[in-house]
Write a protein that binds this ligand. Structure first.
Ligand code: FO1
Length: 314
C-alpha cells in the first residue's frame, strides 16, 4: 500500500499520476487530503481540496483552473447575483451537485470519509484508490494578516491571497482526531508520498493532527517516505506558498521546504531547475533526487509518478 498526502491542485496532479500506476505497480493507494480549507457557503459544506482530487482523478477537472468541473456553467451564480448576492466564491452549476449531495449526507449523520468514498465511487474512481479526508472532525485553517485572523477562503479567494501572512493556525485541532484509516496508512504504507502541495496550509494541517507526525516518524526497514517540492526557483507554481513561507520566516526555496520535513522524509525531489540545491538537501539527511516536476498534463503526472516509483524501488 502507498499513501499520498495532498492538498489542492498540485497534490491532485501527482495523485493522478500515482493512480495511473494502480493496480499493477501500486496495489492499493490511499490519498489523504487536507480539509483545513473546508467551509460552509449558502448552507452547503464545501471541501475544495477533496473535490479537486475527486474531479482530477475522476477525469472531469477544469484544466484551466485545476479546480472545479470542466465546462461548468454559472446559472445559479448568475441568479444569486441578480438577487443581490456577492458571488465571491465561484461555484459552478455541476459542482453544486457535489455540495448538495455532501451536505445532505453529512446532515443525515454520515462522516466526511464515508461521503468522500461514496462520491469517489460515483465518479468512477476504482476501489483500490481510496481518497479520504485527513479527519472526520472539523479543523479550520485561519490566516493572520494585518487585518487580523481571517478564515482560509476569506484570505485565499475573497481577498485573492494578497495580504501579508504573519501566522497560521488550525482551529478545532485540539478536539480533532485523524481519520483512523489515514493514521494506519501513515504507519504501514510501504511508501508515503508528500505531494507538491503548500507545506504550511495543505500538508501542515494533516501533519498537525495528533499522532500523524509520530506515525510518520516511525522509521521501519524498507519503508520510504518521499516529498516533492512545491517550490521551484524560489516560487510557487500556484497559490501563495512562497509568500507564506516568507511571512512565516522560512527560506523561500525547495531547501526551505525540505527543512520543514526533516525527520519525516527519507527522499526529497527537487525540480531540475533547482539541481544546485541537491547538496544542501543531502546535508539535511535526505536523499535528493533531481527530476522534472512540472505536471502540465496527465502524461507529465504519470512520468513523475513513475520516476518516484523508480527512486523508491531502487
Ligand atoms: N479558487 C479561487 O481562486 N476562486 C474561486 O472562486 C474558487 C472556487 C472554488 C469552488 C470549488 C472548489 O472546489 C474550489 C474552488 N477554488 C477557488 C479553489 C480553492 O478554494 C483553493 O484552490 C483551495 O482551497 C486551495 O487549495
Amino acid at each position: 500500500m502507498w499513501a499520498a498526502l495532498a492538498g489542492g491542485v498540485g497534490g491532485a496532479k501527482l495523485a493522478r499520476g500515482l493512480m495511473a500506476l494502480t493496480p499493477v505497480n501500486i496495489a492499493d493507494l490511499r490519498i489523504i487530503v487536507n480539509t483545513g480549507d473546508d467551509f460552509t457557503l449558502h448552507g452547503l459544506h464545501i471541501s475544495p481540496d477533496i473535490d479537486t482530487v475527486l474531479y482530477t482523478l475522476g477525469g472531469i477537472a477544469n484544466p484551466q483552473t485545476g479546480w472545479g468541473i470542466a465546462g461548468d456553467t454559472t446559472k445559479v451564480l448568475d441568479q444569486l447575483t441578480t438577487l443581490g448576492e456577492d458571488p465571491w466564491f465561484w461555484l459552478g452549476d455541476r459542482d453544486l451537485a457535489t455540495h448538495l449531495l455532501r451536505t445532505r449526507a453529512l446532515s443525515a449523520g454520515d462522516g466526511l470519509a464515508k461521503v468522500t468514498a461514496d462520491l469517489a465511487r460515483r465518479l468512477g474512481i476504482p476501489a483500490w484508490v481510496r481518497i479520504m479526508p485527513m479527519s472526520d472532525d472539523v479543523v479550520s485553517t485561519e490566516i493572520q494578516t494585518p487585518d487580523g485572523w481571517l478564515p482560509f477562503q476569506e484570505y485565499f479567494v475573497r481577498r485573492r491571497h494578497a495580504d501579508p501572512v504573519s501566522d497560521v493556525r488550525f482551529a478545532g485541532l485540539a478536539r480533532a482526531r485523524p481519520l483512523p484509516a489515514a493514521l494506519e496508512a501513515m504507519r504501514s504504507a510501504e511508501v508515503v508520498v508528500f505531494c507538491p502541495s503548500n507545506p504550511i496550509v495543505s500538508i501542515g494541517p494533516i501533519l498537525a493532527l495528533p499522532g500523524m507526525r509520530d506515525a510518520l516518524a516511525h522509521r521501519q526497514a524498507g519503508r520510504r517516505r518521499i516529498a516533492v517540492s512545491p517550490i521551484i526557483q524560489g516560487q510557487a507554481l500556484k497559490g501563495p506558498a512562497d509568500r507564506m513561507l516568507e511571512g512565516l520566516g522560512y527560506e523561500v526555496s525547495a531547501l526551505g521546504v525540505a527543512r520543514l520535513y526533516v525527520g519525516l522524509v527519507d527522499d526529497f525531489v527537487l525540480d531540475s531547475a533547482d539541481a544546485d540545491l541537491a547538496p544542501a538537501v543531502a546535508q539535511l539527511g535526505m536523499r535528493p533526487h533531481v527530476l522534472p516536476t512540472i505536471m502540465t498534463d496527465a502524461a507529465a503526472s504519470l512520468a513523475l509518478a513513475q520516476a518516484i516509483a523508480q527512486v523508491v524501488q531502487a
